[in-house]
Write a new protein. Sequence first.
Length: 378
Amino acid sequence: MKITRIEVLHSKEPTILPIPWRAAWRGPKATPITSFEFSFYKVYTDEGLVGYGPNTGYADLGGLIGADPCYVEAFFDQHMSGRRSGNSGRGGAGIEIAMWDILGKAAGLPIHKLLGAMTDRVLVYAATSRLMEPEETAEHIEHIAELGFRAAKLRLHRPDPWDDVEVVEAVRDVVDDDFMILVDANQNNVGEGYTFWSRRTAQRIAQALDDLDVYYLEEPLPRQDIEGLADIAASVDMFIAGGEHTPTVYDFCEHLQRGAYDIIQPDVILGGNYGITGVRRAAILADYYGRLIVPHVMSGAHFPLGIAASLHVMASVENCPVLEFGFDPPILTAETTQKVLKTPFMVEEDGCVPVPQGAGLGVELDEEQLEVVTSFEG
């Protein structure tokens, strides 16, 4: 089997958001986002099979014409992170995902069964995205719980970190004891107007959150502060999570060896170095150290195929307790982030999302909403 053509598909029209969106991780002075635009790869083969992946900016699309899409591991080693540490800078994850889509279709199997399935349902958490007042946040999470979610992630990083704790307290007061609260301090992000926590502040906030039965605290310190992260992880019962910006699988090694992360969070898309192959390798690496993996899943226009790929790979491993699912109405909803999917992913009563059972990624794009903006063929 050979790749014969690669197209880049882009939204014909932007998806206008119901209200402007200023995500917490972009900093208080960031310009709000008002719309989403979708962009995907469509990879054709000489056997009539077609694979899809998110557009991650891979530069040498023309150089793949004539390549065998079955050689996913070779592509990962040569065009993505492979065994190297540090950023490969090639952005090949979207193509790698399309190759897996083709492989699954060739085998007549969904990707998670091609990998060796552990489950066909994955528990997800609603990843909220904004900084709101305590009462408003509590009402928001109550509504999310009514829709079936059994877990939600709150954003921290208010100017006074004790205001963050007050928000978590308000949410804990209104949800069931078994509702999983996760929090993200975003201390590895750089944005205009951000004020970063000191080690002492991070330690004190972590202890306060631990008392509120928080499941995990994400990025309480920059990922380079391995010593500080390890000290916090050793001092609390809740998990310490992080690593969405970790460039390659092997850059997690020191964090795992030194106990800096209880949970690692690579993303199939972000940075373009992981894909399905890399995230599954990261899960195996974490399992070797007795740790967990909860992949980061990008929100917005990257969500449709990012969540599909993440569901498949996490359904093939044992150490993923929950998966990120961007949901923050009225901004992040099926109508905005999944508009181009003919059948959107929805949470069910048990808080899980079913893994697609169709061959490959098992999803279908509504190409009536898309147009070809670039095409390479032999």
